[in-house]
Design a binder for this molecule. Structure first.
Ligand code: ADP
Ligand code: MG
Length: 444
């Protein structure tokens, strides 16, 4: 048979085949991210986002894949894998295997998963989410610009795309353009080089909604800053909506005063690190999207250990789910602890031990250590117990689960309850506050 099939088609055919034999979720998670980087008569080189995708493909599809590949002197050609250097942007709506078009300028790509519905709300992000929704519901008519800032992996891009999705769906006539600052600069450079700057400007002057991600990359790019500022003003003057994200507030960006002032015109909203409950909810939600079961205990364990970056939470779930699927094992706390070592946030060791806390609380509150560890509901004992739990959570680096266990096998929710109760009570009851401070002083 003559090999007239175009090389890229081989991979596409294989994907078509694989798509029929697995769930949509599996296809999306495992197969779609794979890219063909080389295909010849000798070998096929596939770029995979991580080792798990490689193992998944080898385990589940290698034999099938070989059926699709042309023979090389009677033997199947070799399949090689390379691990992608940077994590690929998820859900870019490029057809599997299709080469990205050369001229991608002016095209708006939103991550399909970054919708408002998928954005879990909690006290840390309620304000910024409401602001984003406000802008999406009434583009150009509420806050303009909306400036969202906060640390890495806290959902800035997610909200930006959420706005884009909503507007695209609801206001079909509006042109929405979402771009990273780096891409903006690249486009500008290219259009200068290709002498198509007028076309470029015309495009930007005509968008109705401009979503700009990571404006911090405009720092120290003087020439580009000016062009960005012109675009910005042209749009704002026509009441076109602008949303900008950044890792710092406007005033801390090394940009011109003019630019900073413009960015402060509308609403500046800060996105904070989500608190424990929100992190648990995010984990559960992400697990659900991935179609895996994570028990509350495991979700809690992860949320308790990874707290400064939601992207890392997601990485943790990806790893757990990959492992659980490959090994066909349930996800337990032990498994999580083992697999997530490198994700776990490192906290400096404290010298405070549970024994010290128990001893000191027992002394200050005049109860026995065994009572604190026991089940008695006598008022003074229960209070001492709750104070000890409160201080353990405040002062120790152990996970809540570990701390709870040191209190005669209580659960983490008992611990959390105690912590909340005492946190509130010491703001109202000065005597209790004094006692708690006394314990603290003795401990340190
Ligand atoms: P940033 O742009 O702030 O660095 P991203 O928007 O890329 O962060 O978010 C990182 C990851 O965390 C994304 O996959 C996003 O979906 C997820 N994420 C962050 N915050 C939330 C949230 N509140 N609910 C659900 N997912 C979240
Ligand atoms: Mg981002």
């Amino acid at each position: 048979m003559t090999q007239v099939v175009k090389e890229q088609d081989i991979w596409n055919q294989f994907l078509e085949f694989a798509k029929k034999s697995c769930s949509e979720m599996e296809y999306y998670n495992w197969l779609e991210p794979i890219k063909v980087t080389e295909i010849s008569e000798e070998k096929l080189v596939l770029e995979v986002p991580n080792i798990f995708v490689k193992e998944y493909l080898i385990d589940n599809y290698l034999d099938d894949l070989k059926q699709f590949l042309p023979q090389n002197n009677g033997s199947a050609i070799e399949v090689e894998f390379v691990i992608a250097q940077t994590a690929p942007k998820k859900a870019a709506p490029v057809q599997p295997g299709q080469q990205p078009k050369k001229q991608q300028a002016y095209q708006c790509q939103l991550n399909q998963l970054y919708t408002f519905e998928n954005f879990i709300e909690g006290p840390s992000n309620q304000f910024v989410k409401s602001a984003a929704i406000g802008v999406a519901y009434r583009p150009g008519k509420s806050f303009n610009p909306l400036f969202i800032h906060g640390g890495v992996g806290l959902g800035k891009t997610h909200l930006l795309h959420g706005i884009g999705h909503y507007i695209q769906k609801t206001f079909k006539k509006l042109t929405t353009h979402c771009i990273t600052t780096e891409a903006f600069i690249n486009e500008l450079v290219n259009s200068l080089r290709n002498k198509s700057i007028d076309k470029w400007k015309k495009f930007y002057r005509n968008v109705d909604v401009l979503l700009v991600d990571d404006i911090q990359f405009l720092q120290n790019r003087l020439n580009f800053e000016e062009e960005f500022c012109n675009t910005f003003e042209a749009l704002i003057n026509q009441n076109k909506q602008i949303v900008i994200t950044s890792d710092k507030p406007p005033s801390q960006l090394k940009l011109s005063e003019r630019m900073i002032a413009r960015m402060e015109w509308g609403l500046v909203a800060h996105i904070e690190v989500p608190e424990l409950e929100t992190r648990v909810a995010i984990i559960q939600h992400k697990a659900q999207i991935k179609g895996i079961q994570i028990s509350n205990d495991v979700a809690f364990f992860i949320a308790d250990h990874i707290y400064s970056n939601v992207r890392q939470l997601e990485g943790a779930i990806n790893r757990l789910s990959a492992f659980a699927k490959l090994m066909r094992t349930p996800i337990t706390i032990d498994l999580a602890e083992n697999l997530l070592k490198e994700f776990i946030d490192v906290i400096p060791q404290s010298k405070v031990s549970i024994d010290n806390i128990l001893k000191t609380v027992a002394t200050v509150f005049n109860v026995k250590i065994s009572d604190i560890k026991g089940e008695s509901r006598l008022k003074n004992i229960a209070l001492a117990r709750q104070v000890a739990m409160f201080l353990a959570k405040e002062l120790m680096n152990e996970s809540l689960i570990q701390i709870a266990a040191s209190f005669g096998g209580k659960t983490h929710s008992t611990l959390l309850h105690a912590w909340k109760k005492i946190s509130k009570q010491i703001t109202e009851d000065t005597q209790l506050k004094r006692q708690v401070d006394m314990v603290k002083k003795n401990l340190q």
